[in-house]
Structures are given as C-alpha cells and as structure tokens.
Ligand binder design. Sequence first.
Ligand code: ZN
Length: 154
Amino acid sequence: MKVLDLQCGQGHPFEGWFASEEDFLSQKDRSLLHCPVCGDVQVLKKPSAPRLNLSGVHSSTAQNPDAPRDEIALAHPKHADLLTAWLEISRKLLSSTTDVGDRFAEEARKIHYGDAPQRAIRGQATAHETRELLEEGVAVLPLLLPESSKTTLQ
Ligand SMILES: [Zn+2]
C-alpha cells in the first residue's frame, strides 16, 4: 500500500491509497480519481517535501493556559543537523552577550531608554515581562537555549 498526498485542480489536499505508483497513474488516466471535496478529476500528486512543522504549542502552556505561546517547536527529519546548528547558534549567543540573570527586564529597559550602555544582554524573564518589554518597543527575543550549550560554556 502506498499513501499519496494528492491535490485537486482547486487546491484541495487529500490522501489517496494505492497499490503502487502505477496504480495511481492508471486510476488517474481513467479519471477514476476525484477530489472528495469538489469532485474535480484533475488530481495531482503533491511534491513530497520534507515536512517542517512549526507550531506554537509548548508544554508550559499546559500548566499555565494564559501564558503566551511565543516559543516555536520545530520538527525536522534531520533532527541531529538541526540540533547541532542550534547548539552552535546558542553558544555564539552566550559568548557574545552579558548574563544579567533575573535583572533582564530591568537592564533591557535601561539600555532601551539610554540609562545604561548599549550592549547585548541575556537573562531570565517571565513571559509577562517579555510581553511588556515588546509592547514598550524594547527589542527582546524569547529563546529557549539547549541545556548543553549552557553547561559547555560555564
Ligand atoms: Zn477539490
């Protein structure tokens, strides 16, 4: 059995089950295939691209349903490559920023309003603080750094 991702001429996506690729082509040639939504017989096979799933769902929202979903979950077939790249970026971020710990919101605000020297900082902020900073126009980026990138550096 072969499951194919199909699409009709109107762009409706649907799945088709076939014995083989040839089976699909033969059914298509005889106009036996049609879109379950609109009945269109112009059925195309969608190109099979690696699937990148971007979703805002994060485990913390389960505990706190009011927390903004600002973390991005990423699923990728080449998981290891992605993790390596992410670790590399994380290390660079850590080595080029000053850790201000839980004074992050305070420091970020000072820098923004010119009360502290311009520099790149990192630290901990709650989702609420981050949202407030963003609303004030302070350039901050919520990030989840891999644990291993922190331990390697310190
Ligand atoms: Zn359709």
